[in-house]
Design a protein around this ligand. Structure first.
Ligand SMILES: Nc1ncnc2c1ncn2[C@@H]1O[C@H](COP(=O)(O)OP(=O)(O)OP(=O)(O)O)[C@@H](O)[C@H]1O
Length: 584
């Protein structure tokens, strides 16, 4: 109640607790943080120290010395996946807590925070503002001033107010997700671009502990070769010299060759031929197929769901424009069908199809303390009208607990659309397959990577990449991909409307509405239909090259500008780089 700004005294007739028990003026946060059993922590510390490798011990000793001698300082433990960074946090935590002192374990995402005892997201722990519902991984930007705040609180001019601040990670793993940022934006959001980086002491872990689990020496050799290959890719040492972009040859034994249906083949490889009859949560918890794109992930999920026995249930979302967004609220352009068709990362689908026994993943932080974070995986156990019951299968907290998930409002990232929408839906997605970003922080025994040939399918969110690969003269001069076509032809009505409204995406992912009237509308219909397209919403983008037009700006919003008063629209043009769209 305190954390929500309330207390028992606000409730009339509520019996009051015994004051003698309450005579404790200590801060509740301090009490909670000192509540760990010291004996248990000491036992864990001894056990883990005995297990730790030499290099893990030396990193531990260096950090713990800074704590013991009150030296303060900032450390960065750099180690690739599996070198024991999380293991090291456990050792440091156990040491400090076994003396009754305080260590605050924080991570940039809820799912990573679950891996540590008492872990919370940095944002909730330090009160850093963030849109918790949109991205799994949040960046702590220069404006967060955590370092300055700690100096003020501690009244000490040393870095982080003289406290020991330990960060850890691996720059080869997934970089910070900065929506619509290019390479520069992403690099600037990384920790080593921070002003504090110069004061940071980098400690290294190099031994991959996951590979130690090899059954025999032959296995160990194979694992070590694989590990080296992965590291070389991360370090850009493959096919040198290169300029950062390089073709990687994947060893034959890692590939699934000779298959007619790639989805069927990868599912069979990872989940086995009889996954549909498996009912144990562990089976699904240990496996996942990863793919970079949401659309490919959806295809695999739909295929696997169709193989699962049992009755299927469909939940439709209710979509609307935010009532506070008055500019877009009156605009008839944003029809229900259009809002329902919006399909972006982090937003549950309009149509959510589930079956009992299907693995799902949460798309929002609902109750991080209870283990329900953005990224938590669960197995559906019941499907009711207003709630879904599911069993938690990942993380270290509350595993096997049954939880009820309600429908809630979820909004897509603001930057994506020129209006603000909200979708009321269960904040979950099927999780037989998940995106590579979502797999961060999860340990999986059987992993398949589904990488369809680039260019096989190009959907709106990836338009940027596609347009970037087009010849420069097309990109500069031209929009766009048609996202939506609305035919506003009503001949014979009192007001004769002859209009076509297009919703277009350009190479910068701006959405532009374009109204063609009268002759232009008629001409457009003729070209559109003669090229084999229909005037209905198409989920597949169709490239439409508009010559002598460009994307300009009007009152701060993107608009189409006619450069020479001689517009010409080419649908499905014969340009190199667009061939795979010719057949549409
Ligand atoms: N000294 C050790 N003895 C035994 N097991 C260890 C040791 N160090 C780490 N491990 C185990 O190796 C696995 C990988 O370790 P951990 O998760 O700490 O690595 P990580 O660097 O955090 O990996 P990632 O970057 O992928 O999250 C875990 O199962 C962990 O328990």
């Amino acid at each position: 109640m305190r954390s929500n700004g309330s207390s028992l005294s606000t409730i009339v007739n509520m019996p009051k607790p015994d004051q003698s028990v309450m005579d404790n003026n200590e801060n509740r946060l301090l009490i909670d943080e000192r509540n760990y059993s010291r004996d248990e922590q000491r036992e864990n510390l001894d056990k883990w120290l005995r297990m730790s490798t030499e290099e893990q011990q030396s990193v531990y000793l260096e950090i713990i010395e800074a704590v013991n001698c009150n030296k303060g300082g900032m450390f960065f433990v750099h180690g690739f996946g599996g070198t024991g960074k999380t293991f090291l946090w456990s050792i440091l935590g156990a040491d400090i807590r076994s003396r009754g002192d305080i260590v605050l374990n924080v991570a940039s995402s809820g799912i990573a925070a679950l891996l540590m005892e008492g872990g919370r997201t940095a944002h909730s722990r330090f009160g850093i503002p963030i849109h918790v519902d949109e991205f799994t991984i949040c960046s702590i930007d220069g404006k967060s001033h955590v370092a300055e705040s700690m100096r003020d609180i501690m009244k000490c001019d040393r870095i982080f107010g003289g406290k020991v601040f330990v960060l850890g990670g691996d720059f080869r793993q997934i970089l910070p997700v900065v929506p619509e940022a290019g390479r520069v934006g992403t690099v600037l959001a990384s920790i080593n671009s921070s002003l504090l980086w110069d004061s940071c002491k980098v400690l290294r872990l190099t031994q991959n502990m996951r590979l130690r689990k090899a059954k025999n020496s032959q296995d160990a050799d194979a694992l070590s070769t694989f590990s080296k290959w992965l590291l070389d890719i991360g370090d850009g040492k493959i096919n040198e010299p290169n300029n950062g972009e390089v073709e990687i040859e994947i060893p034959e034994d890692l590939l699934i060759v000779a298959c007619d249906n790639p989805i069927e083949a990868i599912v069979k490889q990872i989940y086995g031929p009889s996954f549909a009859t498996r009912t144990d949560a562990k089976f699904f918890c240990e496996r996942a197929i990863l793919s970079p794109r949401n659309d490919d992930v959806d295809k695999i999920n739909q295929y696997m769901l169709s193989q699962l026995p049992g009755e299927e249930r469909q939940y439709l979302s209710s979509d609307s424009i935010e009532t506070s967004d008055t500019s877009a609220y009156d605009d008839m352009i944003y029809t229900q069908e259009f809002l329902n068709s919006i399909h972006v990362s982090g937003l549950p689908n309009h149509v959510l199809t589930l079956k009992k026994g299907a693995p799902i993943m949460l798309l929002r932080n609902i109750d991080p303390k209870g283990g329900l974070c953005n990224g938590t995986r669960l197995i559906v156990t019941q499907m009711a009208n207003h709630v879904i019951e599911a069993r938690i299968v990942t993380g270290k907290r509350n595993v096997n607990d049954k939880v009820l998930i309600p429908r809630m409002f979820v909004s897509p990232p603001d930057a994506k659309f020129p209006f603000r929408m909200r979708r009321r839906q269960f904040p979950v997605a099927l999780a037989f397959a998940i995106t590579i970003n979502k797999s961060q922080g999860q340990t999986l025994e059987h992993v398949g990577l589904y990488l369809p040939k680039p260019g096989d399918t190009i959907e709106a969110p990836y338009l940027n990449d596609t347009l970037a690969n087009l010849p420069k003269y097309i990109y500069d001069d031209v929009c766009v991909c048609i996202m939506d076509v609305e035919d506003r032809r009503r001949p014979g009505s009192i007001i004769d409307i002859n209009e076509v409204v297009l919703t277009l995406f350009n190479g910068r992912c701006d959405t532009v509405k374009c109204r063609l009237k009268d002759n232009y509308a008629t001409e457009f219909r003729t070209i559109w239909q003669s090229s084999g397209c229909h005037l209905i919403y198409k989920s597949e983008p169709v490239f439409c090259v508009m010559r002598f037009m460009r994307v300009g700006e009007y009152e701060g919003s993107p608009c189409l500008e006619n450069t020479l008063n001689s517009s010409k629209i080419f649908i499905k043009p014969e340009y190199e780089g667009l061939e795979h769209h010719q057949a549409m």
